[in-house]
Design a protein around this ligand. Sequence first.
Ligand code: ATP
Ligand code: MG
Length: 565
Amino acid sequence: MATTDIAPPRDFVREIVAEDCKSGKYGGRVHTRFPPEPNGYLHIGHSKSIWLNFGVAQEFGGLCNLRFDDTNPAKEEVEYVESIKEDVRWLGFDWDDRLYYASDYFERLYDFAVQLIKKGKAYVCDLSPEQMREYRGTLTEPGKESPWRNRSVEENLDLFARMRQGEFEEGSRTLRAKIDMASPYISMRDPVIYRILKTAHHRTGEQWCIYPMYDFTHCLSDSIEGITHSICTLEFENNHPLYDWFLDQLEVFHPLQIEFARLELTHTVLSKRKLIQLVRDGIVSGWDDPRMPTISGLRRRGYTPESIRAFNERNGVAKTNSMVDIGLLEHAIREDLNKRAPRAMVVLRPLRVVIDNYPEGLVEEMDAINNPEDPAAGTRKVPFSKVLYIEQEDFREDPPKDFYRLAPGREVRLRYAYFVRCESVVKDDRGQVVELHCTYDPATRGGDAPDGRKVKSTLHWVSAQHAVPVTARLYELLFTKENMNDMEDGHTWTDYLNPNSLEVLTGCQAEPMIAGAKPGERFQFERMGYFCVDKDSQPGALVFNRTVTLRDPYAKIEKARKASS
Ligand code: ATP
Ligand code: MG
């Protein structure tokens, strides 16, 4: 047996970090950061970055900062800042006192820009945005140098100071890094590092009318905070040389940028621009609509932080982009809730059942198991009486061959109660079945027949006289198309919105225990799925969101995988 039981790093990011710790690079220190731009709510993709950045820091005895990358005053709002803080905390991570804003560094960033000018590495450019695009070149053609590229240091210093003073119009001038207009990396073709924007900022107010660009701000913020490993998504690979260039030119502390593949999910859009559009156009009820892939939407839907962390853990970290089946996210929440959600009997689409031979006025308290996965959850009493509700779909007047539930003349078990046999049906004028008449067998109390006769199914039920009416919201996928990155010709992403993504059922009937449920509480409604109490609930008028159905196509796959490993 080996004497050490240290597991090998689980992914290439952890491999790099472990190697750096071993070699003593950065003095063995590990310091990461999660750097959201406060221009929208966090989504499931961000949870991957949060889990990775905070997780790596935790595992290597390091620290992780929360830093708002707030360099674009036009799109950012305090509401987003607050929601992001709430969501990171809810996911189970803590930045302690290390909450930072790139905007706190504006003065230092300005000084860094002045340093670049003094070194002859930055210049004020008068090209218009359109001209600049023209001069930039393409992937196959080099760009052209700006006619303003060779201004003297003195002139650049003067013009940059006057940009800051507000002397020039928006779009009339920029400060650009002087690198290489022929670089194969377009990001290296004299990128803009400051632009004029006469817009107030949510933190610095009217103090600035020039704002630093993302690439310049990001690497220097990392450097200022002493970040050792700057983990970001693959699309920043092209900006990696620029990240290094700024730090090298300014001769400051140099973190290592590491790129990983972003999370993408089937049937889901994660672009903030699109999520904003869903909210603004009223296609969903808000950022926390339970159909949204946002953290706040998933929370309201009934997802737990544990399930989201487990989902990320299972997916791991890769170097190439791929798409994850949304079924795996659902699998993660089922696994978690199966272990801890108390069970309840709730009939979503009620059908009245009268037990003709059951004594009028009698109420029996049946013992029900709160959670078969957790004996400590104990049992509860569920009242049984002469008039009950069962699920409409559990009865067929004319049952097909493979339908084993209730039908005329057929006997089934009512969970925790008795066998009942359907004797006759009552219909309305349109021929719809509105009531069943059944008989029960008193000898089957508890669920078994002393004579050994079997039934093929067990139904959930609710005593009508004790029932608590509730509303249930059932969800389907928000988009019908599996790969939302790949639109068919002539189609746009909104064409694939699922018109059936929300179904609201009023008049569902729940067992009495449910009456005391509080917003955020989660249950398994037996046979119907996992449900979570919504914040729209009022006393006496509870609203439940279905988190997920019980059927799990991944349980089998998972079992097979475990068996073979
Ligand atoms: P936008 O959609 O506006 O371009 P963004 O989703 O990249 O932005 P940021 O606020 O910049 O939003 O993201 C914060 C961090 O989360 C970044 O480090 C980013 O790389 C990471 N991130 C964003 N989306 C994903 C994703 N789908 N998977 C993994 N990480 C992500
Ligand atoms: Mg981004």
